[in-house]
Write a protein that binds this ligand. Sequence first.
Ligand code: M6R
Length: 357
Amino acid sequence: EKGTYPHYMLKEIDEQPLVIRKIVQAYQNEEGKLTIDYNISEAVSEADRVYIVACGTSYHAGLIGKQFIEKMAKIPVEVHVASEFVYNMPILSEKPLFIFISQSGETADSRAVLVAIKELGYKSLTITNVQGSTLSREADFTMLLHAGPEIAVASTKAYTAQIAVLGILANVVAEFREQQVDFDLVKELGIIATVMEALCDSKEQFEEIAREYLAVTRNCFFIGRSLDYYVGLEGALKLKEISYIQAEGFAGGELKHGTIALIEEGTPIIALSTQNEVNLSIRGNVKEVVARGANPCIITMKGLEEEDDRFVIPEVHELLSPLVSVIPLQLIAYYAALQRECDVDKPRNLAKSVTVE
Ligand code: M6R
């Protein structure tokens, strides 16, 4: 039930801090240590390569998951869009492990890949919000998102839940493989939940950004580098699916290779800068588009902020920044859709779970 909320999407955005806390609880043992099924740790640890397969928002979470697994557990990861994987199956490593990420657990494109790799005799783990769903039943292992039912077509709390669960998986597998992780994930996720609350309390500012940048525009671009680029892809998907504004996410460094030709007087550019390593380069990209007339909205993180930045997110651990940096983008998309009088929870042409290939 959406209670006093005007839309499920807004309710689900607001639920994110609680979901993160629930996930931590669900994966903690009595001593407070993060733990997962021993068989999952073993299967992932023994893999020489992990293949993440998913669609849409879940694919975007997979891009972040790759960074977690490579950086913490030190296992190479490939991330694939399910519908493409079936035609162009990559040359697989000797001991692959497949991870299917799916909120619903019913996505037909992902299931087609699961069926194909099972025939080849490979092991699989499904990360899903729905216990007993098709992808969960058919895979060897399941990790649950504990996000509660997600009703709005635009996925929000499932995305952050997927990222958190992938972080927990990477962290536990790192320990299993005796790889050093130099931060305490339980503590960092606690900070994340608090920062998420602060962002959810700043709705008016995101409503204002939507009004200022997106009220009449035909298109909007999201730019970022590294993790911010992946979050930008998700921000663009959110905006296009519910507001029908043509939106694309681009890697900052790719602009000069063609995309910059799209910039016109007043084109809105939402730039994310939450990573110290790429802060200066992305700001350089912002200058390039501003010189061509773009209207920039910089969303940054405490410690990296500059004078004209539009919003400063309180500081969290850099590797985990997607968990919080996506919230401004979710809220901006929500208000843009509302201001343009779109059906936020049930956008045209879309279904909550896509059960046809
Ligand atoms: O249930 P799934 O996670 O497998 O769904 C995958 C996509 O269809 C889904 O994420 C879609 O992109 C959302 N509508 C995005 O908000």
